[in-house]
Design a protein around this ligand. Structure first.
Ligand SMILES: Cc1cc2nc3c(=O)[nH]c(=O)nc-3n(C[C@H](O)[C@H](O)[C@H](O)COP(=O)(O)OP(=O)(O)OC[C@H]3O[C@@H](n4cnc5c(N)ncnc54)[C@H](O)[C@@H]3O)c2cc1C
Length: 388
């Protein structure tokens, strides 16, 4: 059972989802090549939350211990009021999370996560400087055309090329992602800088459309990272981020408590990002091509689940390729296995309500991508329909 191990799989995009998926496929014995547009990856200054549902998968990839060694295990997720700093609620994390879910809740540098995922791949798996411009699904094989004039062929293709996906465009036509009406300032605060916040916790301050979330990313260096989001009419820049002006950010957060203002004033290497999103997609695949991660279901970052969903996608994609003999059947079943969960997570992320008040996070944290039931096979459902 399962597709032939000789089947060649091209992953377009070597970001968080593409690298994790390629590592999962390769560990299971599949033939994978990753085509990445970047010539090389720059170390990224941003931080990322890794909740137990994704830490479980990262353990399977073999990188969880290294990430725990490099990152931080926060003691709680504390929600506070942006104007007064008063506590709304606190979700204990730390050892209790590991006891309940069998995996920790970690915060870590995004660049560290990416480096570990790429390091889990066999040397030579990623072909850098390969920007996909188009593809042609010829039935048995798919041809890929790159901006440098080169081409490649594979038996099937996974589009993990992020928010502005060319693979998605080839499948559904050009349609720009929608600006959500929010922008986010992102910065790190070096370890020695005194800021009046509890560095052991993830803290999110809330006020209408505005929020600030801060957390440590490295237990050894003591680095702290924050994202400060607020409403904006438009994103007028051609790029996906720009260097930001500290006074502009401080003006936008003028009504904040002293603790937050001191934190924002301590920012180093401040950047500004638009938050984009797209509505849930019905068709995740066509023929021998399937989408994954932000290419398929980009979301606002308010649940810290974008990369987690991309990586969970990778596990279900692998499991479906192992449960079906035919690639198209596997891609169909994969999409069916993921739509409900990603649609719900997109909706809660858009509402920016996650952990604002006391709630049980089990539906997110306890999801076990390696063991969740697969939906019925398309072949089986077709047989049942024909017989009834
Ligand atoms: C402010 C902010 C905070 C966030 N915090 C979190 C968090 O705490 N936890 C979390 O889980 N998620 C978080 N996310 C979301 C997360 O970063 C994304 O959801 C995740 O990176 C998606 O992974 P991906 O592989 O689909 O896309 P990406 O990681 O964006 O990778 C796409 C890759 O495809 C490549 N590519 C693009 N076009 C082409 C092409 N034509 N040809 C070849 N290669 C191409 C790109 O260069 C890139 O390497 C956050 C996002 C934001 C904006």
């Amino acid at each position: 059972m399962g597709i032939d191990r000789k089947t060649s799989i091209a992953v377009v995009g070597g970001g968080l989802g593409g690298a994790a998926t390629a590592a999962l496929l390769q560990r299971a014995g599949h033939r994978v090549t990753v085509f990445e547009q970047a010539g090389a990856f720059e170390p990224a200054g941003a931080g990322i939350h890794l909740t137990p549902n994704v830490m479980r998968v990262l353990d399977r990839v073999g990188v969880a211990d290294a990430l725990v060694g490099a990152g931080y295990l926060p003691e709680s997720f504390t929600s506070r009021d942006l104007a007064s700093n008063s506590v709304r609620c606190a979700l204990p994390l730390g050892a209790g999370v590991r006891a309940r879910y069998g995996a920790p809740y970690l915060t870590v540098g995004r660049g560290v996560l990416h480096r570990e995922l790429l390091g889990a791949l066999r040397p030579g798996t990623v072909r850098y400087g390969k920007r996909l411009v188009s593809f042609d699904d010829r039935g048995a094989r798919v041809r890929l055309d790159f901006a440098d004039g080169s081409t490649a062929e594979a038996d099937c293709v996974i589009g993990a090329d992020g928010l502005g996906s060319r693979v998605r465009e080839g499948m559904h036509g050009a349609e720009r992602p929608g600006f959500s009406g929010q922008i986010a300032y992102r910065a790190t605060v070096p370890a020695g800088t005194p800021v009046p916040v509890d560095r052991r916790c993830i803290t999110k301050w809330w006020a209408g459309e505005s929020f600030v979330i801060g957390y440590p990313t490295d237990s050894r260096s003591g680095d702290y990272y924050f994202v400060a989001g607020t409403a904006a009419d438009a994103w007028p820049h051609p790029r996906s981020w720009v260097e930001a002006d500290r006074d502009e950010m401080l003006d936008a957060f003028a009504g904040s408590c002293d603790e937050v203002r001191t934190l924002l004033e301590a920012a180093r290497s401040l950047t500004k990002w638009p938050l984009f999103e797209r509505p849930p997609l019905q068709q995740w695949g066509r023929g021998r091509v399937a989408l994954l991660g932000d290419a398929c279901h980009p979301m606002r970052p308010h649940m810290a689940q974008g990369a987690a969903m991309a990586i969970e996608d990778g596990v279900l994609l692998l499991r479906c390729l192992e449960a079906e003999d035919d690639v198209e059947d596997a891609f169909w079943r994969y999409a069916e296995s993921r739509k409900q969960r990603t649609t719900r997570i997109q909706a809660v992320s858009a509402a920016n309500s996650w952990l604002k008040d006391t709630e049980d996070p089990a539906w997110v944290f306890s999801y076990d991508a390696m063991n969740v039931d697969l939906p019925e096979s398309r072949r089986h459902s077709t047989c049942t329909t024909l017989m009834s």
